[in-house]
Design a protein around this ligand. Structure first.
Ligand code: GLU
Ligand code: MG
Length: 430
């Protein structure tokens, strides 16, 4: 097979789109796509009125631009991969570009001399198709929480993912089985924000493609099986200062009762914008089946120490390892948009010197002192986002307006679906 370049971007639906291009494109270059890509829905419906997409202005091109130095090994034979940023026909950045929104958020923190460091944990369920074509959970009756080996993964698709990730330099920290079966967790080594999210979207796509080669549909949907645990995309965050030190740290231990000003500001931002953050980071019709009390996900507007039942967890590790974990997002969200949202809400809290409510004292099962959670449905979460003008402007009004329009359409499209039918409406794409 001759050498080729697979140039890609992660769109508003968290779908990877791209093209195979000849080896001559392996340099600083671009490729053009129709801007109305951002009007397309999961069911392939083209929504002409979607803001910022120019469907009714001749469906013009946008350009995906990349740098030679960002070209990296791919997982297919003779194929390198690259991610880029999207620009409009007049050469200005496309406001809808999720990677662009993340770059803006990183630049906003750089004004304080701080570089965000991000580490993402991905959870996913495995499915197969039976003889009738019906999608059914992967058969691993011997699977257990923290399971490894072939009782947990009889087809050994996780081994293939592990090996390929290491062969091509995608830094995987761990693969394990989650509490429910057949659910798996993949954690990638933390890095600067854009570089890390690039790795995450490539890893997620690679994992889905390798799983499919093994007859497995690996789904990052937030709640694909009613009654079993949800799948999250937990975001771990720290910052380095100009001297390369961890700026979140105060002491050698992570102590929720002795936070640095930076940690205080970030958590305060997340608490004040809690409901609107959901609209961007949990943007799926199944997200609100996952985000429920006592689900170890980010339902409640609360924070605490080493406690899996609060939304924001202050790691017990301090010093160089000091970090905050935000547990609300799920992998149906665009990971660039998710991290941009987490960073911008934190910055609003830090710059605005927001007050921080007291830490949670309840155990999350038998009681809570958090006053409220997130919305009960995607429709309400999108209303909460629309009402939060400060967060919307910070993330990028153009991106948020398109998101609100497309998600309101998704609410209508999925309203009559439930159970397996709702899951299967999404499953080939997420
Ligand atoms: N599966 C849980 C979620 O939906 C998280 C479980 C954990 O890893 O602590 O976020
Ligand atoms: Mg987990």
């Amino acid at each position: 097979m001759s050498e080729r370049l697979r140039a890609m971007f992660c769109d508003h639906l968290s779908i990877m789109r791209g093209k195979y291009l000849p080896a001559s494109k392996m340099r600083d270059d671009e490729s053009r796509f129709a801007q109305p890509n951002f009007s397309v829905h999961y069911d392939k419906d083209l929504l002409l009125e979607a803001p910022g997409t120019k469907c009714l202005e001749g469906l013009p091109d946008m350009a995906l631009r990349w740098k030679a130095e960002e070209i990296r090994p791919g997982w297919e034979p003779a194929t390198k991969v690259v991610l880029g940023d999207l620009y409009q026909g007049d050469g200005t950045p496309l406001p809808l570009c999720p990677r662009g929104a993340l770059k803006r958020a990183v630049a906003a923190w750089a004004r304080h001399g701080l570089t965000p460091k991000v580490g993402i944990e991905l959870e996913a369920y495995a499915f197969t198709r039976n003889e009738d074509g019906k999608i059914v959970p992967y058969d691993n009756p011997g699977g257990v929480v923290y399971g490894t080996g072939n009782f947990t993964d009889p087809r050994r698709f996780c081994d293939a993912i592990w090996n390929k990730a290491h062969e091509i330099g995608l830094p995987l920290d761990l693969i394990t089985a989650e509490y429910d079966t057949p659910q798996f967790e993949f954690t990638l080594t933390f890095d600067t924000a854009v570089e890390h999210v690039d790795t995450v979207v490539l890893f997620r796509q690679m994992a889905r493609e390798i799983a499919l080669d093994h007859g497995v549909i690996l789904s990052f949907l937030p709640k694909p099986i009613p009654g079993k645990g949800g799948s999250g995309l937990h975001v771990n965050l720290s910052f380095t200062d100009r001297n390369g030190q961890n700026a979140l740290a105060k002491g050698e231990r992570g102590d929720p009762d002795d936070l640095s000003d930076l940690a205080h500001g970030c958590i305060a931002g997340w608490m004040r914008h809690h409901k609107a953050i959901a609209g961007l980071t949990a943007p799926n019709a199944l997200s609100y089946a996952r985000l429920q009390p006592a689900s170890l996900s980010g339902y409640w507007c609360n924070w605490g120490g080493d406690n899996r039942n609060v939304t924001v967890r202050v790691s017990a590790e301090g010093g160089k390892k000091a970090r905050l974990e935000h547990r609300m997002p799920d992998a149906a969200a665009n990971p660039y948009t998710t991290v941009a949202t987490i960073l911008q809400a934190a910055l609003l809290g830090y710059e605005g010197r927001y007050d921080l409510p007291p830490k949670e004292t309840g155990d999350g099962f038998t009681g809570n002192d958090a006053g409220h959670g997130v919305a009960a449905s995607l429709a309400e979460a999108i209303d909460d986002l629309a009402a939060d003008t400060a967060l919307s402007a910070a993330v990028g009004q153009g991106l948020v307006d398109n998101h609100i329009f497309m998600k309101r359409a998704e609410v209508e499209k999925t309203a009559a679906l439930e159970g397996d039918a709702l899951r299967d409406w999404y499953i080939w794409y997420l």
